[in-house]
Design a protein around this ligand. Structure first.
Ligand code: GDP
Ligand code: MG
Length: 440
């Protein structure tokens, strides 16, 4: 998508006169590219009108700037489409919330239930999973297996055939045991059928969920619009998880799901493993979708994402301090830009041959496991220089919480120490930083 849009924009900047005809031709090209990325037809049409109105309003802009105006307008429009401007619901410790998962069979519900459960468990919540899928053979076994692997308590039955009954029993049991978050997995069908929706409505009426999560496969293309609409009509969708974004999903489906439901995407699934769950954020998502094939795009993305965090960190660095939290924030900004391979692809002059021998997937995996480790730490541990983990009991606690081995944490701490030494050299009254431009 990015390549096609970039080349269209470049054609425009070569034109000596940018009149309405040239802009129209460009928008036609861009819209064609968006359709290919599975963005819904109606949304593309609307986007085209909006961008055009903006460009016309900006008559004063010099021709050289038109390209930038259109590029920015396109970016903003896509961000607006994928962000409904609604604060997503979040569970709170001690609130005993019930979350119900809905979605077609194979969309990734059971997998995502486990990912979400593991995510909030790492945040220190007591989380339980209920298997209310009595439709698919082996559904309970699958949930049991997933839950056990993540050390999450679960509830289900091999004998009871009524999903409403099981859902009610499971919720009641976990409520009695004072669980903070109870996740109810439901069954799906291959198609959007009446029976499926009737069952969902009955379960929802019985357990009165605090939030209903609609799980959608990110690879279904233009079908996303009708699927999301059908679910929206029968259940009160509170949030969305888009799965399989690690595959050949092009992003348009996610946009349709938001447009059809008006609900926010909370997470995206990026693999089959328990930790392959990324918090969703509109701007990085759109950057990734557009490919952001040039260095300007990359630099802007980095700047956008670091604005809010840099100040604290720069203060710390000036003092020669580099906490675990600083390291996490740095790595997080890098990860938000997508897989490392993609990031490297944005660097000018980086050819595929040069990237041989760099195992980008492995680096991405390692970064993810670091995030799990950070998630399992307390605020005071995060704010420290890592020495507190010489205490074995602490080390083991974080290892348990994040599902990694103590040696993996030690390896991360070692890297942090190396980072810290560089920072010490930069910071402090005699450091490099003090000699640099204060505006830095
Ligand atoms: P359900 O029928 O909705 O409960 O779907 P499942 O959770 O059983 O998932 C169906 C298939 O999709 C399984 O093989 C999962 O491993 C796979 N899956 C789920 N989420 C993801 C994801 O984010 N990425 C990839 N690559 N596969 C996923
Ligand atoms: Mg399932």
């Amino acid at each position: 998508l990015g390549a096609r849009i970039n080349s269209a924009l470049q054609t425009l900047s070569r034109e000596s006169v940018i009149d309405e005809k040239a802009v129209d031709a460009l928008l036609r090209e861009i819209c064609g590219a968006l359709l290919e990325s599975d963005v819904n037809v109606r949304l593309v049409q609307q986007l085209r009108l909006n961008v055009k109105a903006l460009v016309n309003k900006d008559e004063l802009a010099a021709s050289a700037n038109k390209r930038k105006v259109i590029q920015n307008a396109l970016f903003d429009e896509l961000c607006r489409l994928v962000d409904p401007g609604v604060q997503p619901w979040v569970p709170r410790k001690g609130k005993q919330s019930v979350v119900m998962f809905v979605g077609l069979q194979g969309s990734g519900k059971t997998t995502s239930c486990t990912k979400l459960a593991a995510y909030y468990k790492r945040k220190g919540m007591k989380v339980g999973m209920v298997c209310a899928d009595t439709f698919r053979a082996g559904a309970f076994d699958q949930l049991k297996q997933n839950a056990s692997r993540a050390h999450i308590p679960y509830y289900g039955s091999y004998n009871e055939a009524d999903p409403v009954q099981i859902a009610m029993e499971g919720v009641a049991k976990f409520k009695k045991d004072k669980f903070d978050l109870i996740i109810v997995d439901t069954s799906g069908r291959h198609k959007q059928e009446a029976e499926l929706f009737a069952e969902m409505e009955q379960i929802a009426a019985a357990i009165k969920p605090d939030n209903t999560v609609f799980v959608m496969d990110g690879t279904i293309g233009q079908a996303a619009d009708s699927q999301a609409r059908a679910f929206k009509e029968s259940v009160d969708i509170g949030s969305i998880i888009i799965t399989k974004m690690d595959g050949h999903a092009k992003g348009g489906g996610a946009i349709s799901a938001v447009a059809a439901t008006g609900s926010p995407i909370i997470f995206i699934g990026t693999g089959e493993h328990m930790h392959d769950l990324d918090r969703f954020s509109a701007r990085p998502f759109v950057s990734k979708m557009l490919g952001m094939g040039d260095l300007t795009g990359l630099v802007e993305t980095v700047q956008d994402m670091q604005l809010d965090k840099n100040e604290d960190m720069m203060k710390n660095i000036a003092k020669g301090v580099f906490t675990l939290k600083d390291m996490r924030d740095q790595l997080q900004s890098i990860m938000k830009m997508g897989p490392l391979s993609k990031l490297m692809g944005m660097m000018p002059g980086m050819s595929p041959e040069m990237m041989q021998g760099i195992d980008a997937d492995e680096s991405t995996r390692r970064l993810r496991s670091y995030m799990c480790i950070f998630d399992s730490m307390t605020e005071s541990e995060l704010g420290s220089d890592g020495k507190v983990f010489e205490d074995e009991a602490r080390l083991r606690r974080v290892a348990r919480g994040s599902g990694v081995r103590p040696v993996d944490i030690q390896a991360m701490l070692h890297q942090h120490k190396q980072f810290g030494q560089i920072v010490k050299r930069m910071g402090g009254p005699k450091g490099m930083l003090s000699k640099m431009n204060p505006a830095m």
